[in-house]
Design a protein around this ligand. Structure first.
Ligand SMILES: Cc1cc2nc3c(=O)[nH]c(=O)nc-3n(C[C@H](O)[C@H](O)[C@H](O)COP(=O)(O)OP(=O)(O)OC[C@H]3O[C@@H](n4cnc5c(N)ncnc54)[C@H](O)[C@@H]3O)c2cc1C
Length: 309
């Protein structure tokens, strides 16, 4: 059978691997150049910084085994704590990252798969019992794009499934990290700075003598400023960071900003099967976490295989 997976994020790639492993021809269609989707990393001057998923958990033994096999020596643990309202957040929780960037998880999962990059899927249409995408017919099409995008590809009403935006910034300072904690988060949702992590907490990522902070604005703030000029919120978030973390304005270095239009799902999840041969995977159908979308990619592939058996 022939199958198409739209999106080379973690869920799509895990799903594609399982389908290909069962002997089917699988084509992964990805609109951007990079792999990993929201498990994203970028070069920031001489530094390497995760701009999407900051870390991942591996509570599930099966996933842990697979990641350990795939990533081997690249798999690292964040040692310093996350503070939430001054308290250690989930003491004892193991948090992982990949030394060469969390997006490497995407490249490792894509190894051996047929991935068409810089290839944007358009409307998926039914042709008898098959589904057509970009002029080719498939027995099954699985979309891992966030639901608002998937709904449009499938010609469906997005309804009330909500994905929240996130305004993210990377900020460099010519000062070393004090090493006291990896990140601080605001669990109340009331503060504009919802998450601030010091990327120096990931060994080997940041050049000596510098520190780099990843700032994620709150849902409320991100919604309100999503369509504003970036200069407006960039300066505001930077001043807030400097005040809260006691950083010297005179030591400012490079700055980068990214608008995630569909960062995380907040409304109800949707079922994976839309119709026979037409599926959704990823955080439209589960929690917005790497480990959850990985599991969902596996489960969706299992459902596809059972349906088409
Ligand atoms: C800022 C931020 C911080 C986060 N922090 C964490 C964290 O610390 N820990 C954690 O576990 N999770 C975190 N998450 C959540 C986690 O990153 C996501 O839930 C997960 O990566 C989603 O994976 P996915 O495969 O479902 O979707 P995606 O990664 O979004 O993959 C979908 C892919 O589909 C592609 N696509 C979309 N439309 C098309 C089209 N028409 N044609 C072709 N391709 C298309 C996209 O380019 C993308 O590559 C964070 C997310 C964000 C945004």
């Amino acid at each position: 059978m022939q199958m198409a997976v739209i999106g080379a994020g973690i869920s799509g790639l895990v799903c594609a691997r399982k389908l290909a492993g069962a002997g089917h021809r699988v084509v992964v269609i990805e609109k951007s150049r990079s792999l990993g989707g929201r498990c994203a990393t970028r070069k920031f001057g001489q530094h390497l910084v995760d701009t999407g998923a900051q870390y991942f958990t591996m509570r599930d033994e099966g996933i842990r085994k697979e990641v350990e096999q795939l990533a081997a020596g690249q798999l690292k643990k964040i040692e310093k704590p996350i503070l939430s309202e001054g308290q250690i957040y989930r003491a004892g929780e193991e948090r992982f990252y990949l030394a060469n960037g969390n997006n490497r998880l995407g490249s490792l999962l894509a190894d051996g798969l047929e991935v068409r990059r810089e290839c944007e899927a358009g409307r998926v249409v039914q042709e008898g019992r098959r589904w057509k995408v970009l002029g080719e017919e498939y027995d099954a099409v699985i979309s891992s794009a966030p639901w608002p995008q998937t709904a449009s590809l499938f010609g469906l009403d997005p309804g009330i499934v909500v994905f929240e935006p996130n305004l993210t910034m990377l900020l460099e300072y010519s000062a070393p990290w004090d090493g006291s904690c990896y990140a601080k988060m605001d669990s109340s949702g009331m503060q504009p700075l919802a998450w601030v992590a010091c990327e120096n907490g990931k060994a080997g990522r940041i050049q000596n003598g510098k520190s780099v902070y990843v700032v994620q604005a709150s849902v409320e703030y991100s919604r309100e400023k999503l369509e504003s000029k970036p200069e407006v919120w960039m300066e505001d978030l930077q001043l807030r960071l400097e005040k809260e973390w006691g950083l010297d304005v005179g030591l400012r270095g490079a700055v980068f900003a990214h608008r995630w239009r569909y960062a995380r799902r907040s409304g109800d999840a949707i079922p994976s099967r839309m119709a026979m041969g037409l599926y959704v995977c990823g955080d439209s159908a589960t929690e917005s976490r790497i480990e959850s979308v990985w599991k969902n990619g596996e489960e969706t592939a299992g459902q596809v295989l059972a349906d088409l058996a």
